[in-house]
Design a protein around this ligand. Structure first.
Ligand code: ZN
Length: 138
C-alpha cells in the first residue's frame, strides 16, 4: 500500500469563510499516483472545519446565518471559554460543521456524488492555518 501526505495552507481575509478546496485535493491525489484508495482531508485547527456539500452561494449564506443563530459571535462575554480569547463561537461552529471528510478514490479521481464538493470552513480566520490531506491505497 502506498501513502502520500501534504498540507494545504489558508489565511482568510474574513473571520468566517468557506473555500472550495476540491481542485487542490484532486491535485494532491494526482501527485500521489494512487488510483484506488481513500483520501482523508482534515482541519488541523479546532476553530476550522472540512466538510462536503454543494458549491452554491445561497446555501453558503444559509450555513453562515444558521451557525450565527446557533452560536452568535457577540457578545463574546456570553461564553465561559472567552477570557484571553474571543473565539468560543468558532469552536462551536467547527464542531457542528465537522473536522474531516474521507472520500473514495476510484480510477485516480475523487469519487463524489453528483453535487459533492469539499470545503474548508474557517470560523476564526485572518491567521495562517492548515489542512492535512492523506492519501492511501494502490
Ligand atoms: Zn479558543
Amino acid at each position: 500500500m502506498k501513502s502520500f501526505r501534504e498540507y494545504l495552507y489558508f489565511e482568510t481575509a474574513n473571520r468566517v469563510e468557506f473555500i472550495n478546496i476540491t481542485p487542490r485535493v484532486q491535485e494532491i491525489v494526482d501527485k500521489s499516483g494512487i488510483k484506488e484508495g481513500l483520501c482523508l482531508v482534515n482541519a488541523m485547527h479546532i476553530t476550522a472545519s472540512v466538510f462536503i456539500n454543494d458549491d452554491e452561494s445561497g446555501l453558503h449564506r444559509d450555513f453562515k446565518v444558521w451557525l450565527e443563530k446557533l452560536a452568535p459571535h457577540e457578545p463574546v462575554s456570553q461564553y465561559a471559554h472567552n477570557g484571553l480569547e474571543d473565539n468560543a463561537d468558532a469552536h462551536l461552529k467547527r464542531q457542528i460543521m465537522g473536522r474531516e471528510v474521507v472520500v473514495a478514490i476510484t480510477e485516480g479521481k475523487l469519487d463524489f456524488g453528483p453535487w459533492e464538493q469539499i470545503f474548508y470552513g474557517e470560523f476564526d480566520g485572518q491567521r495562517r492555518k492548515r489542512v492535512l490531506v492523506k492519501v492511501i491505497g494502490e
